[in-house]
Structures are given as C-alpha cells and as structure tokens.
Write a protein that binds this ligand. Structure first.
Ligand SMILES: Nc1ncnc2c1ncn2[C@@H]1O[C@H](COP(=O)(O)OP(=O)(O)O)[C@@H](O)[C@H]1O
Ligand SMILES: [Mg+2]
Length: 341
C-alpha cells in the first residue's frame, strides 16, 4: 500500500513536469526574425539551427527546428516533445535557457539562449587548424569538466552546486525527478560569453536523448542514431543510465587532450600522462570512461575531484580571459551588426 502511494506520488510529479502542454500554434514563429542560419540539418530530426531575434523585445535566440522524417512514429514525436519539456523544466547556469517553442506533428520550433562561442569541438578544431594561438591549458579542461559536472549533478539531484548538496541531508531536492542527458559529447557542450561579461561560460545542450528516471522501470531502449565512436559510452544507446553521463565527461576530456588520437573506452592508467597532463587528471579521466558503468565515479565524486583541479591552479583568471573575446572570431560569433539590418 505504502509503495503504491509512493509510486503515485512520483507519477504526479512526473506528469506535472512532462504533461503541461507545449503550445501548438505556429504563430510563435511570427514573433521571431531570422538573422542567420547557423547549422544545416544533419539528416535526423534537426531541421536546422538559426540565430533569430524577437521582433518585439530584440531578444536574441537560437532556434532549433523540427523536421520530422517521412515515417516518423509516435515515439519520435514523444522524444521531440520531451526535449522541449526537459529544457523548459531545467533552470541552471550551465544549461541554455528555454525561451519559447511550439510543437505539431508536422513541425516545431524550440527557441533557447544562444551560446555565441560555439561548441567544445569547435574550440578543439580551431586549435587543430591553428586559428587560435593560445595553448590548450589543462586548467581550462578542469573548468569545462567542473561546469558540465555541475549541470549533471543538477539533473540528477536538483542541487545547483556541490556546496548546496553538501548542506542538505538529502540525496536530492525534495520532489526532484532525476534526469539523464544520455549523450554528453564535446559537440553538445557550448561556450558562451557576453559583451558585458567576458568570462567563458560552459553550457550543456541538446537534450534529444534525455530521459526521466522512473524508479520502477528499466531505462528506455533507444532506436536512435547510436553508432560506436569514442565519445559514446559502450552502453549507448540501449542502456542509458546516470553512469552514461559520467562517461560523457570523460569523452569530453579525451577529445580536448588528444584531438588527433583515436581514443577508445577503457584506457590504461598512464596513457594520458604521456600527453603531459597531471596524474590527477589522468586518473580521473581513466575512471570516467571505465567500460563498466559500475566502475565509474558518482557525480559527487567527479565534481569533488574537479573542484580540487580548479583549486590547485593559480592561472585561473589568465586562462579565462585568454579564452574570451576576439580570439574566437574563427567561430561563429554572433555580431551585433547582424541585427541592425
Ligand atoms: N543554444 C545554442 N547556442 C549555440 N549554438 C547552438 C545552440 N544549440 C545548438 N547549437 C548549434 O547547433 C548544433 C546542433 O544542435 P543540437 O541541439 O546538438 O542538435 P542535434 O539534435 O541535431 O544534435 C550544435 O552542435 C551547435 O553548433
Ligand atoms: Mg547534438
């Protein structure tokens, strides 16, 4: 009896989070003017990424358009709706803010906070092509890992940072329904700054695979664009769990540290130290990408280690100020001038 009421309790919260309606009116698109197309459709659901501006208040946004595939199923629709619902629910400094959106079975648009410095993959690519003259600094990787880990802690527990989690006697914020991103990769992590604040902010994006963890169900089996690559956890996409997001952190570190290497899950200890990173980072990354999900650290453990990594570096300010501003002109920075015509 007690477990039934617990289950109903959970169900009510899940329903509240996921079933409040998403607007269905295409008129929402009329409020936004296209500034620039940023990325083309990649063949999946994504019907293109645009930079747009709100006609009424001048707010700049990224629009992700939905273009259903010819034989789109109800399951596909559910996933797209869920991406919107998830983004709308989340409120964290390391996750792009949801601005607006609508969904119909034929099409949809999702409007969100733009991150003008591109993704971590863009950043690594710029280095590879020698657009950027600054060194890849270990400090900046610790920083990226710390920020993404904070977003993951928030998704799992509702706590916005480790200090909040430590102050509480609970595992989670009361009533919080845990969420797994499921597909953390360097090209899903965006960098941002503003004209008034040059600090580089790190944002975890693309919640297309995200799922709420229902306590009594095994994880949903995905039929999506899985594929094996060094960025994907061995259990992706069939057995996504909280440990999959931990692997994602390691995958980000691997690309950053060894962009030209073919890296595989299950690295031996010591491999990264050949690339002149600290033994602490080497050790952490090896554990993050452990083949067996159960061998990976918890999000609290991972976050604690990245806090250590941030503390021991003294060049914190230097690393960040070098990252910001005109160095990124090779990336698609969103220029003010684009808005005036
Ligand atoms: N909020 C954002 N700010 C800046 N660029 C974004 C944002 N969201 C998406 N993008 C760009 O669009 C690309 C695709 O977006 P993503 O949400 O990952 O779509 P998909 O589901 O097709 O992978 C990203 O790799 C990034 O370059
Ligand atoms: Mg993506």
């Amino acid at each position: 009896m007690r477990s039934l009421s617990k289950r109903n309790d959970w169900h009510n919260r899940y329903e509240r989070d996921t079933c409040s309606p998403i607007p269905t009116s295409e008129d929402i698109d009329d409020s936004w003017r296209l500034v620039k197309s940023v990325a083309n459709p990649d063949g999946g659901f994504n019907g293109g990424i645009d930079l747009v501006v709100n006609k009424h208040d001048g707010l700049l946004a990224v629009r992700k358009r939905l273009r259903p595939r010819p034989r789109c199923t109800g399951h596909d629709h559910m996933r797209w709706r869920r991406e919107m619902l998830v983004l709308r629910k989340l409120d964290h400094h390391n996750i792009p803010k949801y601005y607006d959106g609508f969904f119909t079975p034929e099409r949809g648009s999702l409007y969100m906070q733009p991150c003008r410095l591109g993704s971590v993959s863009d950043f690594v690519d710029s280095h590879r092509k020698k657009y950027l003259s600054l060194e890849m600094q270990e400090f900046f990787l610790w920083y990226i890992l710390h920020e993404v880990a904070e977003a993951v802690l928030y998704m799992q527990t509702g706590f916005k940072c480790l200090a909040d989690a430590r102050r509480s006697h609970r595992d989670k914020v009361k009533g919080w329904v845990s969420l797994v991103h499921g597909d953390i990769r360097p090209d899903q992590i965006f960098l941002n700054n503003t004209e008034s604040d040059p600090t580089t902010r790190v944002m975890l994006g693309d919640f297309g695979f995200a799922q709420f963890i229902k306590p009594w169900h095994s994880c949903e089996v995905h039929d999506g664009p899985g594929g094996k690559s060094s960025s994907k956890a061995p259990e992706f996409p069939s057995q996504i769990s909280t440990a999959t997001d931990i692997f994602g952190l390691g995958a980000v570190a691997q690309l950053y540290i060894a962009p030209c290497e073919k890296v595989k899950a299950g690295l031996n200890q010591g491999w990264l130290s050949q690339l002149h990173v600290s033994k602490e980072l080497d050790s952490l990354v090896c554990r993050l990408v452990a083949v067996q999900p159960a061998d990976r650290p918890t999000i609290r453990e991972a976050l604690q280690e990245t806090e250590w990594g941030l503390k021991v570096r003294e060049d914190r300010g230097l690393g960040l100020s070098l990252m910001a501003g005109p160095l990124f002109k090779c990336l698609y920075a969103f220029p003010r001038t684009a808005l005036s015509n």
